[in-house]
Write a protein that binds this ligand. Structure first.
Ligand code: KG4
Ligand code: ZN
Length: 335
């Protein structure tokens, strides 16, 4: 039997510092240090994020190795997120990974963050992986796309947001409502006891499979400003209904285009990926499509994590698709 491949993967594209160790396609450890510092600002403050990554990276990598019971000498490759993301944050992971690979004299593997969100479906965790081709709704804080996945590294973006991402719609609404960052999980929780039909917000009317969330966000802002003028306690008194209505509207927008893509392409294998795919009602709504074969990532592989970087790196390792120390981090990257 051939020797297993051990890969250490590092993710630092936004506000989570994460390190994972994989044995082939199995995750041995997946440690995440989330940065609490951004909560009070209603969004990620890039300068604070990169400083927190610098502070967290050594302990997080150390924890990942300890938990996996692996020493650096056993590693066959070092993987890291090269983009897209915040430059200052990406640079921390990139330079750390480069120096470690150089000192251990093992291959270095650069990983595209959004490819990794999708390829997280191939982590060997007991759940069936989608067969090709499949459609993936990738919904995160920075991206919203409907992707046709033809092979591990063959992606076709059918549609994407022309302005804000779905995660941003949650986060910016939370800010309008005076709720902390990240807004998604807070809005989901408050929505549990709210009436989703109570408020209507403007829905985008945009062609093809593209999305737009900026007009929707502005319509929430104006609606709230108008109500608060009449009753200063309006938000507080109606918070659960507002959150339930906002969440339902975001899901309506997402599913309208996804359903159209399934119908038009005839591909009914449908996966979700990215931080917003942690949303429970979104997961339930996907599963409610009984004629679709649906793929929902485990909760820990939805929001930013290094295990997804590790599985992508393992698939690249099999192809000997390595990079070298001249590689640079990129804030923007095409899928
Ligand atoms: O993928 P991710 O961790 O980071 C990026 O690559 O952007 O996604 C973060 C986004 C945030 O906008 C956050 O509010 C959203 O995912 N999110 C959620 C939930 N958990 C995280 N949105 C809705 N419901 C959730 N339960
Ligand atoms: Zn992400």
């Amino acid at each position: 039997m051939s020797q297993p491949t051990y890969i250490l993967a590092i993710e630092s594209s936004c506000d989570d510092t994460s390190a994972a160790v994989l044995k082939n396609d199995l995750v041995l450890s997946n440690e995440v240090a989330s940065q609490k510092v951004h909560e009070q600002y209603g969004g990620v403050v890039p300068e604070l994020a990169s400083r927190a990554h610098q502070k967290n990276i050594v302990p997080v990598v150390d924890q990942a190795l300890t938990k996996a019971n692996i020493t650096t000498k056993q590693l066959h490759a070092i993987a890291f997120t090269s983009g897209p993301g915040l430059m200052g944050s990406l640079l921390v992971g990139t330079s750390f990974a480069k120096s470690l690979a150089l000192s251990l004299n093992v291959p270095l593997i650069d990983v595209h963050h959004m490819q990794a969100h999708i390829l997280a479906h191939f982590i060997n965790d007991g759940s069936p992986a989608p067969k090709f081709p499949f459609l993936c709704l990738t919904v995160s804080g920075g991206h919203t796309q409907i992707v046709k996945v033809k092979d591990y590294f063959d992606f076709e973006v059918l549609g994407e947001t022309i302005d804000d991402a779905a995660g941003e719609a949650f986060d910016k609404t939370a800010k309008i409502l005076g709720l902390p960052y990240p807004g998604g999980p807070v809005i989901q929780k408050l929505a549990e006891t709210g009436n989703p039909e109570r408020f209507q917000f403007s829905k985008p009317n945009i062609e093809g499979y593209n999305y737009s969330f900026s007009g929707f966000k502005t319509s929430i802002l104006y609606a709230m400003q108008k109500e608060v003028k009449a009753n200063p306690n309006f938000v507080k008194e109606n918070l659960n209904d507002i959150c339930a209505s906002v969440q339902k509207s975001i899901l309506d927008i997402l599913f309208k285009k996804l359903e159209k893509a399934v119908k038009d392409t005839g591909i009914n294998r449908v996966a979700i990926a990215g931080g917003v795919s942690a949303n429970q009602p979104l997961r339930e709504r996907l599963e409610a499509h009984k004629t679709w074969e649906t793929f929902i990532p485990k909760f820990e592989y939805t929001t930013d994590n290094a295990a997804m970087i590790g599985i992508t790196a393992y698939l690249k390792f099999l192809d000997k698709n390595f990079t070298d120390v001249s590689v640079t981090a990129k804030a923007r990257m095409k899928l």
